[in-house]
Ligand binder design. Structure first.
Ligand SMILES: NC(=O)CC(=O)C(=O)O
Length: 316
């Protein structure tokens, strides 16, 4: 029997940019651009920016920093297809879209713009939205955070994204033709393993989570969640956080990291601005899948396969 095609078709260098962003959006965009150029010069072909890379993170900031990606959604099936058929937003509507698209083309790299606050005029809703660009600057996909970060840990942290944001409604899997498939979700989404399992069972070699955990949940769960998603699914996992700013209202944990399919942390930042690099290859994934052959041992006669049945691949 012929062996299945590799999940990751050729070696891939990834860069996770743990960006220091502040209140000045133009500065954040220029700074992000300079770090993307730096990562590209270092040989990265897939470059990732953190959650809310163009703004401070906080419900009070989302409306002020929000950008319009498409005036046609949600009549179209997804933001990316609305943009493909209706054209890109203007520079005024989304300076972040234009910066990302141009620098992806300039560096000929895949680029995940971790997330920006998005405003949809038709629905009057705000979303926390990641944008994935191809090496020719085309928007391949968007992911709106599906699980909003609403928590109360007594005496520690109370945060309610749902006061301002509306959730996205789909699983996001992006095809990078030379390499393979990448699952994308945002921050709190990582706590819901179904998204990861669905993406992995549909062929993802890598799960990417731009995210901003904090000084309470970061030490508790950031690495744990990354390694758990990797060990469950025997894939690479990349987390990309903003750098910590103790002057800001929200203190990000930092510690952007790349975890391999054995669930080992292969590269990790501390809390300061830094670019985390790692090389991804198919051999490691094949090795772990051969050594611990979970794929052939599942008991779908005992429990259901979450990757089958009705899965939403498009936003409403
Ligand atoms: N900020 C988030 O969305 C999630 C987070 O901080 C956590 O899950 O902890």
């Amino acid at each position: 029997m012929p062996s299945p095609p590799p999940l990751l078709r050729k070696q891939l260098k990834i860069a996770l940019i743990q960006l220091a962003s502040g209140a000045d959006k133009s500065h954040n965009l220029a700074h992000a651009r300079s770090k993307i150029l730096e990562a590209s010069k270092a040989g990265a072909k897939l470059i990732v920016l953190p959650e809310c890379f163009n703004s401070p993170y906080g419900t009070q900031y989302f409306p002020k920093y929000a950008e319009i990606l498409s005036t046609d959604t949600p009549a179209q099936s997804s933001v990316a297809s609305a943009i493909r058929s209706g054209g890109p937003p203007s520079e005024d509507q989304s300076p972040s879209y234009h910066m990302l698209s141009k620098v992806a083309a300039e560096t000929e790299s895949y680029l995940l713009g971790g997330s920006i606050p998005e405003y949809v005029p038709k629905t009057r809703k705000y979303h926390n939205t990641a944008l994935f660009f191809s090496p020719d600057g085309e928007l391949l996909a968007t992911h709106r955070k599906v699980h909003l970060f609403d928590i109360d840990i007594p005496g520690k942290i109370s945060f309610h994204e749902s006061e301002v944001l509306s959730p996205g409604n789909k699983v996001t899997l992006v095809d990078l033709p030379e390499y393979g498939k990448v699952g994308v979700a945002i921050c709190y989404d990582i706590r819901f393993p179904e998204l990861a399992t669905i993406a992995a069972r549909h062929g993802a070699f890598l799960l990417l989570y731009p995210g901003a955990f904090n000084l309470t949940t970061g030490p508790l769960h950031w690495e744990l969640q990354a390694r758990a998603r990797a060990v469950d699914n025997q894939v690479y996992v990349g987390l990309c956080s903003p750098a910590r700013d103790m002057e800001a209202s929200y203190h990000a944990w930092g510690h952007s990291m790349l975890v391999d399919p054995y669930a080992e942390v292969v590269a990790q930042a501390d809390e300061k601005e830094q670019i985390v690099y790692a090389e991804l290859n198919n051999e490691k994934m094949e090795e772990v899948r051969k050594s611990i052959p979970l794929l052939g041992q599942r008991r779908f006669d005992v429990y259901p396969d979450v990757s089958k049945g009705e899965i939403k691949w498009e936003d409403d």
